[in-house]
Structures are given as structure tokens and as C-alpha cells.
Design a protein around this ligand. Structure first.
Ligand code: XBP
Ligand code: MG
Length: 237
């Protein structure tokens, strides 16, 4: 008996490997369109992922590499324009089929629905991106199975702060002990643990080698076991 009533999924790195070929490409396109000489290669982007949130990531990079620009009064507006252009580009990439779900994810969602578990999302990325990813990769009914979607700026403090998980738990009207978070990163794990949740970690291409101490279970991917098996191994009593 696993005792869970809901699964709360992270998106980037967990449902899909979105970062290197999705978000990163979109950031670079937005920078080029704006005439900025910035280009984030795959390794640099991996380091920048320590800062969660796209606007926050741009501001962090600019503060170090373009401090004169970053201290201008109109810099926050520029960040907003860059981020909107990046989001539009990312949504186009996803709609064109560039970002599939990670192996096993669609099956786990089906198994969870069949088992009567509720499904939710707690992510740092923007809600438009979540919608685009679910539309592109899941049948309408499966996409609609996520009854609570906590995304982007609905909370001020992004992961590793626990706020997005608290926001989702509040709307699920469930205690943390009834829910299992599914994450790919140390920042995400910290956020889940901070909200009192148990967490299953599926290691991703950018999170290999991170510290997953405190996770209930760490797996390479979600395609190696059934939901029943994973929940039994993550059991909360
Ligand atoms: C995801 C993020 C996001 C994406 C980009 O982290 O940090 O910022 O990289 O999305 P997590 P936005 O998987 O821990 O939620 O540009 O929309 O922020
Ligand atoms: Mg993630």
C-alpha cells in the first residue's frame, strides 16, 4: 500500500528534456533577434540552469557579462521583451514536435489516471510552455488530466523555494503526505522537500551528478518500472 492520492510532476527535465534543444535554442534566438551578442552553448546553459526561471536566468547572465546594460533603468523591460520572444519561439519549437516526452511518461500518466490518482504540475516555467508541451504530446483527455497546474510567476520565489509546491498543495486541498513529487533536479528536489513532500527523482541529461539526498527513490528514467512498482518503492506507509 503506497498511500498516495496525487502525483505532482515537474515539467522541464522530468516530463521532457526541454532545456538543451528547446529553452536554450529559444533564448539564443531571442538574443539574436534583439541584436545581442549573447549565445549560450550547451555547457554554459547547464551552468546557468542553477538559476531557475528564464527571466531570472537572463538577468543573472547580464549582471555578469553586460553589467552596464543590466544596471540601466529600462533593463527589466528588456528582460520582459526578451523573455516573451523566447517563450514564443519555444512554443513554436514544441508545436513543431521538437520536444517529445521522456520515455515512460505517457504510460505513467495513463497508469496514474487508471489508478484514480490525481495529477498536478509544479514548474518554474511559464504556463504557455506547459500548455504547448501537453498539447503537442498528449491526447486532449490525458493533457486535461492535470487538474492543478502551478507554473511560472504564480509565486514570487521559484525553485528551490518550496512556494510552487505549497501553491499546488493548497489547490489540490491535500496534505503533503498524500502526494508524491516527481523531479529531475536538485533545485526541484529541494523545493519538494521544503514543502514536506516525498520525491521521486528521474535523473535527466543536465542533472546527472547532482545531490539527490533526501529523495525517496532515484531512477535513471521512468520507463524501467510500472507506476505500481515505483509507488511501492516510494511508499509512505
Ligand atoms: C525549469 C526552469 C525554467 C526553464 C525555462 O526548472 O528553470 O526556467 O528553464 O522556462 P524546473 P521559462 O524544471 O525546476 O521547473 O523561460 O519559462 O522560465
Ligand atoms: Mg526540472
Amino acid at each position: 500500500m503506497h498511500g498516495y492520492q496525487a502525483l505532482i510532476f515537474d515539467v522541464d527535465g522530468t516530463l521532457a528534456e526541454t532545456e538543451r534543444d528547446g529553452h536554450r535554442v529559444a533564448f539564443n534566438a531571442a538574443f539574436a533577434d534583439a541584436g545581442l551578442p549573447w549565445h549560450w552553448d550547451a555547457a554554459t546553459y547547464g551552468e546557468l540552469l542553477a538559476v531557475s526561471g528564464g527571466k531570472e536566468r537572463i538577468a543573472h547572465f547580464a549582471a555578469r557579462h553586460a553589467p552596464d546594460l543590466a544596471c540601466r533603468a529600462d533593463f527589466p523591460a528588456l528582460v520582459g521583451r526578451l523573455h516573451w520572444a523566447k517563450t514564443a519561439c519555444y512554443m513554436n519549437l514544441v508545436a513543431a514536435g521538437a520536444i517529445p516526452l521522456r520515455p515512460g511518461v505517457a504510460r505513467l500518466i495513463d497508469e496514474a489516471r487508471a489508478a484514480g490518482l490525481r495529477l498536478a504540475i509544479a514548474t518554474t516555467t511559464s504556463p504557455e510552455n506547459v500548455d504547448a508541451l501537453l498539447r503537442a504530446n498528449l491526447r486532449a483527455a490525458a493533457g486535461a488530466a492535470f487538474t492543478v497546474i502551478g507554473a511560472g510567476d504564480v509565486v514570487a520565489a521559484k525553485k528551490p523555494a518550496p512556494d510552487i509546491y505549497r501553491w499546488v498543495l493548497d489547490r489540490l486541498a491535500l496534505p503533503a503526505a498524500a502526494c508524491l513529487a516527481v523531479e529531475d533536479s536538485e533545485n526541484g528536489l529541494r523545493a519538494a522537500l521544503g514543502a514536506g513532500l516525498s520525491c521521486l527523482v528521474t535523473v535527466g541529461e543536465y542533472s546527472r551528478g547532482q545531490d539527490f539526498a533526501g529523495a525517496r527513490l532515484v531512477v535513471e528514467g521512468l520507463d524501467q518500472a510500472s507506476l505500481a512498482d515505483l509507488l511501492a518503492r516510494c511508499g509512505n506507509g
